[in-house]
Design a binder for this molecule. Structure first.
Ligand code: MOS
Length: 703
């Protein structure tokens, strides 16, 4: 069959609900994840982590373990191949934890010290647990607190300032009729995706082939090539199905370990991290201490705005949880100051975790706004409306679009906000005190260069190839809908192939930028293909392929304040006898660009809001000062919201197509969690009359 544009039907797929293309495979178990793809001759690596928080490895006593059944090798700092650590990383300097077994220094509990490889996972685990590692221990310091010694303001990153300042803060605070000055804290929090990190590596005809669970196979391939000094073309990474990522699935040690062991042993090796290992090997969210000072006139207009956020990093890598960034596009004031500070401690390196910066930052600032509204005797939504800026408060740039107030208006209407008695502690149902709260949300809307290829097949279908990652978001389905519309065909005629580094450079599933970046490339390739098809002629057996690289177009994008926005609402019941907080309902209304697939987009928002609930009431990793390690580093000890904790959650959106994006997308991955914890904390205040400035709001803190 020959196909030209003349006989293609207009589709209109974007904007209509579609179930996941791979949904059936996933629920029937047909979909294979990285830890379960079968390979002949597969050997299994089991990671051994340091038990001390600081010091040196004196010896790794491999001999007894090598005599155990099935054990093939013990890799450690004395015998591991050297890797290259000197390269520009894809997202900043390379994380030293990827340079496994290169020295004897231990910078934190849970640092990789050995990999035991055996014929079966059970043999590897048995041997790993029996492996004796001796250390020379040194004193460690894991104590994080406000303004502690060693805290510093980091250098600006190429795109983000560590500190912003305008106006005379002291003068404006003094001139303010109403002042809020409060300290908020959030604990160490962990992303622990359902599917643990796993990778299989093998050499195949001179190429290193890796089957991994990650958020961007091209980034992982390029980083592995750098680490092992390989030609980039000789590394292929695939990541077909991923059971969650949330920022934890960039290049991580498991993939490096698998590649290293496969190289040494000349056979395929798989490394799967355990749930416990994930707590120290794949990053987490730093605890934060945040001081917020707001000064306003009696009518609620801000004069002074100060947000100072502190977080920790490891001694080997500087990662900054930029909580103070949240307020930069949000509220203006004559004096406006934001700063992110950080202190290196003997702990694992934190990393991006869903809405890095904005999640904890919004808890502090949106709680402080609520306190200001209370002091001004104003409705919290009215307070935000009064401080709505015309341009970016720090940048002075225009907004691409800003429909935050539309979110509040729609949310207030649907939540029944107008009926709320603003006085706290006035609603009671038996032993439950009831309250409602609200908070604003925002997250940057970004786009990064990507490449895509679209092929018109001889049978009338189209094949899209792009190194996208579907980490459970429904990205694969969204991209098929986008391709269908770009080609003006029904989605059933689209074959979508993703998550293979051989498909070329592309953005990762991260920063709420994945689908937008990939959609742009697919749209551009589809346009190019249609031009080729318009020339007429029949399609050869191998099809006709058009490619696109959006680098130039993305870099040409005018500088603007580009963000998604939202309004969060929550109703809580607080048990006066036990201190338990139960969320009764949540509503989030978002202005987050054009929504490609309402079905999966709603799930994304609800997922983020659920995590916000969990952040508000449950999550907290406990670090033991004496050992430097976690207490209860598993999903029994790390408490998070279960189904019974989660009430009906509604998420919806207002129309907000991005004016400068070919599809109108802004990105929806992270904004759902932003502000959710503050809305709940504000509702707890409304229920009880008591402010909770430290998360999680545990029963013992409420009583
Ligand atoms: Mo997201 S924290 O950028 O994976």
């Amino acid at each position: 069959m020959t196909t030209t544009t003349e006989n293609l039907a207009v589709a209109g797929a974007v904007g209509a609900a579609h179930t996941r293309l791979e949904g059936r495979d996933k629920v029937t178990g047909t979909a294979r994840f990285a830890g379960e793809v079968p390979f002949a001759e597969l050997a299994h690596g089991w990671l051994v982590l340091s038990t001390i928080a600081r010091g040196r490895i004196r010896s790794v006593e491999s001999a007894p373990v090598l005599a155990l059944p099935g054990v093939l090798a013990v890799l450690h700092h004395d015998n591991a191949p050297r890797v290259n650590g000197d390269y520009p990383g894809p997202l900043g300097p390379p994380d030293p934890i990827l340079q496994v077994f290169q020295h004897d220094r231990v910078p934190h509990v849970g640092w990789p010290v050995a990999l035991v490889v055996a014929e079966t996972p059970e043999q590897a685990r048995e041997a790993a647990e029996r492996l004796v590692v001796r250390y020379d221990e040194e004193p460690h310091d894991v104590a994080f607190s406000a303004g502690r010694p060693g805290m510093y303001t980091p250098e600006n990153s190429p795109t983000v300032a560590a500190e912003t300042a305008k106006g005379d803060l002291d003068a404006e605070l003094t001139a303010s009729a109403v002042v809020v000055d409060a300290e908020y804290t959030t604990p160490e929090e962990h992303h622990s995706p359902l599917e643990p990190h796993a990778a299989m590596a093998r050499w195949d005809n001179g190429r290193l082939e890796v089957v991994d669970s990650n958020q961007g196979s091209r980034f992982v391939a390029e980083e592995l090539a750098q680490l092992f000094s390989l030609d980039p073309g000789s590394v292929r990474v695939r990541s077909e199905h991923v059971g969650g990522g949330f920022g934890s699935k960039a290049t991580r040690p498991h993939a490096v370990l698998a590649a290293m062991a496969a190289t040494v042993l000349h056979r395929p090796v798989r490394v799967v991290l355990t749930r416990r290992q994930m707590f120290s090997v794949v990053g987490y969210r730093s605890p934060t201490v945040q001081r917020v000072r707001l000064g306003a006139d009696a009518d609620g207009r801000l004069r002074a705005f100060d947000h100072q956020a502190e977080s920790l990093t490891s001694t080997v890598y500087e990662f900054v949880e930029r909580s103070a960034n949240f307020g930069r596009p949000m509220y203006d004031a004559a004096a406006h100051h934001t700063v992110n500070r950080v202190v290196p401690l003997d702990v694992p390196t934190p990393t991006w975790m869903r809405a890095p910066g904005e999640a904890p930052g919004s808890f502090a600032l949106e709680s402080a706004l609520d306190e200001l509204a209370e002091k001004c005797g104003m409705d919290p939504i009215e307070l935000r409306a009064r401080n709505e800026p015309d341009v970016g408060p720090v940048s002075g740039l225009p907004f691409s679009s800003r429909r935050m107030l539309a979110c509040f208006h729609e949310g207030a209407r649907r939540f029944g906000w107008a009926d709320r008695d603003p006085r706290p502690g006035t609603r009671r149902e038996g032993r439950w005190l009831l309250g409602t709260g609200t908070a604003a949300a925002t997250f940057p809307s970004g786009v990064a260069p990507s490449t895509a290829a679209v092929t018109a097949e001889a049978d009338g279908t189209f094949t899209v190839r792009i190194t996208a990652a579907d980490i459970g978001t429904g990205a694969r389905t969204a991209l098929a809908l986008i391709a269908a519309d770009a080609l003006e065909v029904a989605p059933e005629r689209i074959h979508i192939k993703i998550a293979d580094s051989d498909f070329g450079p592309a953005m990762i599933a991260g920063g709420s930028m994945g689908t937008r970046s990939w959609a742009w490339a697919i749209t551009a390739a589809a346009r190019e293909l249609r031009e080729q098809l318009a020339l007429g002629g029949s399609i050869p057996p191998q099809g006709i392929t058009a490619r696109a690289d959006t680098g130039e177009a993305v870099r040409a994008l005018a500088k603007k304040e580009r963000h998604s926005f939202g309004a969060q609402f929550a109703e809580v019941a607080v048990d006066v006898t036990s201190g338990e907080v139960r969320v009764r309902r949540m509503l989030g209304i978002f202005a987050a660009g054009r929504i490609v697939n309402p079905l999966t987009a709603r799930s994304q928002f609800i997922g983020g809001m659920t995590w916000g609930l969990s952040m508000a009431l449950h999550e907290e990793a406990a670090r033991d000062q004496a050992s430097g390690g976690h207490v209860g580093a598993d999903l029994a000890g790390y408490h998070f919201a279960a189904h019974a904790d989660v009430p009906p959650i509604e998420a919806d959106w207002v129309d907000d197509p991005d004016p400068d994006d070919p599809v109108g997308i802004k990105g929806i991955g992270e904004v759902g969690i932003v502000g959710a914890a503050a809305a709940i904390a504000n509702a707890v205040w409304h229920a009880t009359g008591v402010r909770h400035r430290h998360l999680p709001i545990r029963p013992d803190r409420v009583l």
